[in-house]
Every structure is written in structure tokens, then in C-alpha cells.
Ligand binder design. Structure first.
Ligand code: AMP
Length: 341
């Protein structure tokens, strides 16, 4: 019998609750310091205690996962704590396409995939000397918005970059990627693509609350002007959104283009959960600044289903449960090779 395993962080509770609801055994690779949190939940069948998440690469841990016929569900913590080579060397079958995680972590590859999908992407700026509009400087990888900053000139960029270097958050310009700032309503579009039935499902949409950029709106302009604090975009929480129904057709179309583009560029393509991230501008046009090629934490909102999953399923369907459903169907049909890498 196949089981579901994940790292204890990010969306582990949702993923394992969903797996349990589908009748699958659940395993948590858990750092010892977080054990007491996860022991509170009775849907976790087995704990594999580790000192650090990279221990998932150890032979001892992979053989426990192998004995349990586990499929590992990758999430943001896996990307944040392991480099591409480490992720690609994981011996346990990984749900979805582990090769595409490199395209999420590498800004250049990321841009290439978004352009191939014909998404409307804010322009990237090759060098700080070319800054002549409002830009956002972002760190590589899944930094969660920490250490990002805004600038309107090279001088302002240099000042803020130097501050981050001083704080030990970055080492040099090469740790930053500069992109035009896109204004509008933030929306993080959550999808699931099934390689079994070759269908795309739109699962939900959320908005992120980022600290402490959001705090700026509470401070009068004259106080802001006298502060030299560099606000960051550190994700703290998510809240639900529903879109104007007239936007949904384009939401599906963007997701389908993304799936097609990923099949072309990184075989076997974007299987399983993913997220297209950006803003709706004043013309309700979506500008995509980012994607996540795996489950995002914003899906934690919808453990009981979202306004969109409810239209597709007559039962509460979280993203975690949808993953487990796919594993179950693939396992019953001897098609696990189609849904894992
Ligand atoms: P990311 O790591 O690209 O998801 O960015 C983290 C946060 O920075 C996002 O949730 C947005 O709030 C903000 N952000 C990133 N890129 C842009 C952009 N080009 N325009 C406006 N905001 C952005």
C-alpha cells in the first residue's frame, strides 16, 4: 500500500490530513525541535525524527520511506532548504516533477518558462545602472520575500543593497534579481494538473500578507519620509479571495499555457499542484511575476475546500487531499510512474 510522506513545515498538516481522509498511511519527516507541535495531530501515523530536513537524503531515512512505499510531497521548505542537486538526488519517489523545481529556484529559467507560457511578465532589469522606474529587487530561490526591497534609482538600490550586505542577508549584487514593480491587486492562483486524466483544475486563489511592507499603509507619509527603514516582503499569512467570474476563463487559459510550456521545456511537465503569482492591474490584466512549481502554503486556507474546488467536487477537497486522490488512483491503476519522478 502506498503512503504519503512530507517534511514537517509549510503545508504538512494539510497534506497529511488530506492523505488520511483518502485512507492512506501518513509519515512526517520531522525536526526534533518541532515534534511537540506535530504530536498534537492524530492523523500523522509515523514520525521520522531528524536533526535537519536534509537528512531526508540519508540512506537510513530513505530506506524507512522505501519500506513504507512512500511518496514524498515537495513543498516550499524543501526548496528553501535544499539545493537543486540535493533535490534531484532524492531517492524516494517525489510527487510531480522534481526536475521543474530547478526552474522555480533559478530566476533565469523561471523567466524562460513564464515567457514560453505567454504570460505577461514584468520586465527584468539586467543591471542596477538601468533602473529608471520603480523596481523590486528579489533574492533567488524560495526566500519568501525576506530581504526584498523597492528602488527607483541606482543610487537608492545601492544604498539598500549595502544595508542588506551589512546585515549579512546577501553577499553581493549577484544574489539579487531586479524586476519592474507591477501595481495592482495581488492574486496567487492555485492549480492542479492531473497527468492521469490530462485535465487542469483551478483550485483557489489567495492573497499574501507580507511584513512589514503592509505596515507602511498605516503610517502617515511624513513619518515614512523620515524613516530609513527598508521594508521587507516576508510572508506571514494568507487570506482568501474570489475573483470576478469574468476573469476565470483567462485563469484557466494561463494555467493551460503553463502546463503546455512546461511539457515542452521540462519533461514530463507541470504535474500536480502549482501556483501562478502576480497582480491584476487597472485593466484587470494579470501580470505574472512568479510561479511555484509545487503546492503553495496559500492552499492551507482551503482544508474544507475552496469556492472553486466545491464547483468541481461534491465533497470537501483540499489540495492535500487532491494529491492523495491522485496517488490512490495511480496506485490502483499501476501508474505511479506517471505521477512521480
Ligand atoms: P516572490 O518571491 O517573487 O513571490 O515575491 C514575494 C513578494 O514580493 C510577492 O508576494 C509580492 O508582494 C512582491 N513582488 C514580487 N515581484 C513583484 C513585482 N514584480 N511587482 C510587485 N510586487 C512584487
Amino acid at each position: 500500500m502506498t503512503s504519503i510522506a512530507t517534511l514537517g513545515s509549510h503545508c504538512a498538516l494539510q497534506v497529511l490530513k488530506g492523505a488520511k481522509d483518502e485512507g492512506l498511511k501518513t509519515l512526517l519527516v520531522c525536526e526534533k525541535r518541532r515534534e511537540s507541535l506535530y504530536r498534537r495531530f492524530n492523523f500523522i501515523d509515523e514520525f521520522i525524527l531528524v536533526d535537519s530536513f536534509v537528512d531526508v537524503l540519508d540512506q537510513k531515512i530513505s530506506s524507512v520511506l522505501e519500506q513504507n512505499n512512500s511518496i514524498l510531497i515537495p513543498h516550499g521548505t524543501l526548496i528553501a532548504q535544499m539545493n537543486t542537486e540535493q533535490i534531484e538526488s532524492i531517492k524516494t519517489p517525489v510527487f510531480g516533477n522534481k526536475m521543474i523545481l530547478k526552474w522555480e529556484a533559478d530566476r533565469k529559467l523561471k523567466e524562460q518558462l513564464m515567457h514560453e507560457a505567454k504570460l505577461d511578465v514584468p520586465k527584468s532589469i539586467a543591471s542596477p545602472s538601468e533602473i529608471n522606474t520603480l523596481v523590486i529587487a528579489k533574492r533567488h530561490g524560495a526566500a519568501g520575500g525576506k530581504g526584498y526591497f523597492l528602488a527607483t534609482s541606482e543610487q537608492e538600490y545601492n544604498k539598500k543593497r549595502d544595508k542588506l550586505i551589512e546585515q549579512g542577508i546577501i553577499n553581493s549584487d549577484s544574489d539579487l534579481y531586479i524586476q519592474e514593480y507591477a501595481s495592482g491587486v495581488l492574486a496567487y492562483l492555485q492549480y492542479f494538473y492531473s497527468p492521469l486524466n490530462e485535465k487542469l483544475e483551478f483550485f483557489g486563489v489567495d492573497k499574501r500578507h507580507e511584513s512589514d511592507i503592509e505596515a507602511l499603509a498605516r503610517i502617515p507619509a511624513e513619518v515614512q519620509m523620515n524613516s530609513d527603514k527598508v521594508p521587507s516582503f516576508n510572508v506571514i499569512a494568507n487570506s482568501p479571495l474570489v475573483l470576478r467570474e469574468s476573469l476565470l476563463d483567462e485563469v484557466y487559459s494561463m494555467g493551460e499555457r503553463f502546463v503546455e510550456a512546461s511539457k515542452k521545456l521540462v519533461s514530463p511537465g507541470m504535474n500536480g499542484p502549482f501556483c501562478i503569482e502576480g497582480v491584476y492591474d487597472e485593466n484587470a490584466t494579470f501580470k505574472t511575476f512568479e510561479f511555484s512549481a509545487r503546492i503553495v502554503a496559500g492552499t492551507n486556507l482551503y482544508i474544507d475546500g475552496s469556492p472553486y474546488s466545491t464547483l468541481l467536487y461534491d465533497e470537501p477537497m483540499s489540495m492535500g487531499r487532491r494529491i492523495a486522490r491522485e496517488v490512490k488512483l495511480a496506485s490502483e491503476g499501476n501508474q505511479l510512474d506517471k505521477i512521480t519522478t
